[in-house]
Ligand binder design. Structure first.
Ligand code: MN
Length: 389
């Protein structure tokens, strides 16, 4: 088996940015790329230069301003695409050309209207041309998981011979299941006899909510590069989310014994920056980075958390850069959490006071969605000002 170090290929600025509502200006791409650098990603796919002047400029500016990670640019298996990608990457410290072509019969016949032989010829030519710009060339077989296995192995073998150093086999439409994608990678890596000359990569989409599970399953099959995005943004239902892939490996290293270069405490700040640049927020219950990912309102949970956080948290929020666990006071809260919050804002209550404050806060929480510290102080004052009985 290959080493346990997994390469993190971030495509937030390419697959993520091409989703509706996620466009970024060039200066914003550079700002996010700097944050991805601090986060510790190995590669940043910065754009698709042939797609637009702006995309080409984005790749150039990211390459000029971010020097540690490898900067990748996307290109179809067409001469003009490869040239545009090569030119956009000229100023990079380290660059990769990522060239792709669809390989499934469905895409070949309905979308590209070419034969398997034409597909194979274009792929080999593109990889050879890309190698004239950089020795770091990635080939992707779009819709790989729905491609005929024998043809897929033929094309993978041919592009490795032509000089591809990374082979990405995407689950382009998010159709695979975890055990299926595991077996898929085991088959390809086992059947292609020069497979040891390249790193295999997974690129999973979340149409069935399985992108991260599929990515983890691919790792256990020998894949050593994963393509992912911050907050899981990307085409349709999005890509596998970087933060979920990485924290899965960290929290469950017993089952997923792989390492990355990610500095996990940068995860939340990077997620927040992406939200603020795009104006698109993640749902409250999003794993790792959602507003509620480390928030507890139910009384039983709050009581457990105050006794030992491990009762209801499998990660320390500080490990992903989340400032602190939030014990949200609401109608499901218990006395223990109310007492804790009152003390945290400087009010030690007698038992009698606590009973009354607790009852009033629960009543208030029935009327409003959340309880602020100001609400609590007001309630404490009310209770303390009422005549003694
Ligand atoms: Mn994709």
């Amino acid at each position: 088996m290959p080493t346990d170090r997994v390469t993190i290929f971030d495509t937030t600025l390419r697959d993520g940015e091409q989703a509706p509502g996620f466009s970024l200006r060039t200066n914003e791409k550079v700002q996010l790329a700097k944050e991805l650098d601090a986060l510790g990603v190995d590669l940043i796919e910065a754009g698709f230069p042939i797609a637009s002047i702006d995309d080409a400029e984005g790749v150039k500016q990211v390459a000029a301003n971010v020097r540690r990670p490898v900067i990748a640019a996307l290109a179809r298996c067409r001469p003009e695409d490869i040239d545009r990608a090569g030119e956009a990457l000229k100023g990079a410290e380290r660059s990769r050309i990522h060239t792709f072509i669809a390989t499934s019969d469905l895409h070949l016949t309905k979308k590209l209207n070419i034969t398997r032989d034409q597909c194979l010829t274009a792929a080999v030519a593109a990889v050879k041309q890309a190698r004239t710009y950089t020795d770091n060339v990635q080939f992707s077989a779009e819709d790989a998981t729905r491609t005929d296995m024998e043809f897929l192995c033929t094309i993978v073998d041919a592009v490795i011979k032509a000089g591809a150093t990374t082979i990405n086999l995407p689950d382009t439409v998010g159709y695979s299941t975890p055990d299926e994608i595991h077996d898929f990678f085991v088959s390809v890596i086992g059947r292609v006899h020069n497979s040891d000359k390249a790193v295999f990569s997974a690129h999973c989409h979340d149409d069935l909510g399985l992108a991260v599970a599929n990515t983890h399953a691919a790792l256990t099959a020998g894949v050593r590069q994963v393509e992912c995005t911050i907050n899981g943004i990307g085409e349709r239902a999005g890509n596998a989310s970087l933060e979920e892939i990485v924290m899965g490996m960290k929290v469950r290293s017993d089952r997923l014994p792989f390492t990355t270069g990610i500095k996990t405490e940068h995860i939340f700040p990077t997620s927040q920056l992406l939200c603020s640049l795009t104006g698109q927020h993640v749902q409250a219950n999003k794993a790792i980075v959602g507003r509620n990912a480390f928030a507890h309102e139910a009384g039983i949970h709050q009581d457990g958390m105050l006794k030992d956080r491990r009762t209801y948290e499998i990660m320390n929020p500080a490990d992903v850069g989340v400032p602190a666990t939030a014990l949200v006071l609401g109608k499901h809260s218990g006395r223990h959490a109310v007492k804790h919050r009152c003390e945290a804002i400087g009010h030690t209550l007698t038992r009698l006071e606590l009973d009354q404050v607790y009852r009033r806060i629960i009543a208030l929480a029935d009327q409003q969605k959340s309880i602020t510290d100001d609400d609590i102080v007001a309630v404490i004052n009310e209770v303390r000002l009422q005549p003694a009985r």
